[in-house]
Ligand binder design. Structure first.
Ligand code: DOR
Ligand code: ZN
Length: 429
């Protein structure tokens, strides 16, 4: 059985097709793209008319927190998958800071099994670099790779032990998997709850200085150079980080990086509301940093856009700013924010957005049949209405958690359909 998408204006990372096409998907793959495809109805299970829309390769988020196992009150693989497909994501990679930590094959297999049962999007677990994320002993990365991990991270914190981090990078090079580093030296952060600067001083909140991020960025770049190995830097938030990465790339060092919408949309001024959904790690920074992150996304210094979807319950977040956990939800607002803040103002065009949100992430983690609409590729497709205006509301979220600082914000650009493996997994109501 097949899915036929009619009148599709296809946007790949290299170009927007100038004429609408029909796309036929069979057995989970894209099998034909032609101006007009006619197939007997009995061979089709669905037809989608994409007239007036844009048809993109399914979005890929390589930085999501699903909370299962351990904190199913915040999010489960099922609710997180639902949020993902509503946001246009057909593949997500979930971070290992669960309980238990994703540091052994059993947890990896559990997540993959549960994601398959849910059957909405692809879920790829990210293995921990160190056992229990305790920065003491490396996990068995070969075993974790064999059970399905494409990448490794201790996200939530840095691997502070530089010797251990070096070893992890050496193993990762051998295994050809990606190391994703959360860059934040906790000794420098020293319990800061927002960006260190004039705003934190004014609000009387403890500041986390930018150097906590940049010294780790610099260290990791040096290790990557020394080993001629790859390193991927998570959620870059600072102008200085972008400068270091840009320079490293110009030297041929194998560093790649990601940024989150909240770091190119909000500044630390947002914390003045004391809304704990603005408390995030790394913290919201200055306007100068916001501009630099946008520029780095545009020029490719930042390779991809990720959500860092970090769900927390109302109970956990409804405490004083100092006591609240870090994190905000991002799966359902990422496309709208990127369209509104980067594409509409002309900072990037649609093909570049497709690169940063689909093709580049696929490339980084080696998902060779994803990230492009082309015969032979997986039938993971996101259909958007680039001009549709909508407002973020609390009731609109399907994620189990509602900790978004974007509630009430008007956005332009919305997901109409999400197709994963040739099956429609989301359709806007
Ligand atoms: O804000 C954050 N929340 N940053 C992280 O690095 C971890 C995440 C979480 O797990 O809540
Ligand atoms: Zn994270």
């Amino acid at each position: 059985m097949g899915l036929l998408i009619k009148n599709a204006v296809i946007v790949n990372a290299d170009k927007i097709w100038d004429k609408a096409q029909d796309i036929l998907c069979e057995d989970g793959k894209i099998t034909q793209i032609r101006p007009e495809i006619t197939v007997a109805d009995r061979h089709l299970h669905e037809i989608i008319d994409a007239a007036g829309k844009k048809v993109l390769p399914g979005l890929i988020d390589i930085h999501t927190h699903l909370r299962q196992p351990g904190r199913e009150d915040k999010e489960t693989i099922e609710t997180g998958s639902r949020a993902a497909v509503k946001g246009g994501f057909t593949s997500i990679m979930c971070m290992p800071n669960t309980n238990p930590v994703i540091d052994n094959a059993m947890v990896v297999e559990f997540i993959i099994r549960e994601a398959n049962r849910v059957g909405l999007c692809n879920v790829y677990p990210i293995g921990a670099i160190t056992k229990g994320q305790q920065d003491g002993e490396l996990t068995d990365m070969a075993e974790l790779k064999a059970s399905g991990c494409l990448a490794f991270s201790d996200d939530g914190k840095s691997v502070l032990n530089s010797r251990l981090f070096r070893l992890a990078m050496e193993y990762a090079k051998m295994l050809d998997v990606l190391i994703i580093e959360h860059c934040q030296d906790p000794l420098l952060s020293a319990g800061g709850v927002m960006n260190e600067g004039v705003v934190s001083t004014r609000l009387g909140l403890k500041g986390d200085p930018g150097i906590a991020e940049t010294v780790t960025v610099a260290r990791d770049i040096e290790i990557a150079l020394y080993l001629n190995a790859r390193v991927h830097l998570a959620h870059m938030s600072l102008k200085r980080s972008c400068e270091l990465i840009r320079f490293a790339k110009s030297q041929g060092i194998k560093v790649t990086a990601e940024a989150c919408p909240h770091h190119f949309v909000l500044t630390d001024e947002a914390c003045s509301s004391f809304d704990t959904s603005t408390k995030v790690n790394p913290p919201l920074r200055s306007q100068e940093d916001v501009e630099a992150v946008k520029e780095a996304i545009a020029d490719g210094t930042i390779d991809c856009i990720v959500t860092d979807h970090a769900p927390h319950t109302k109970e956990d977040k409804e405490v004083g700013f100092d006591g609240a956990p870090f994190g905000l939800i991002g799966l359902e607002t990422s496309l709208g924010l990127t369209m509104t803040e980067l594409v509409k103002p002309g900072i990037i065009d649609l093909p570049k957005m497709v690169d940063r949100m689909s093709s580049a992430p696929a490339r980084l983690v080696g998902l060779v049949n994803k990230g492009m609409i082309k015969p032979g590729f997986d039938a993971d497709i996101t259909i958007i209405d680039p001009d549709r205006e909508w407002t973020v509301t609390q009731e609109g979220f399907v994620s189990k958690s509602k900790n978004s600082p974007f509630i009430g914000r008007k956005l332009k650009g919305q997901v109409e359909y999400t197709v994963c493996g040739g099956k429609t997994v989301y359709r806007r109501a």
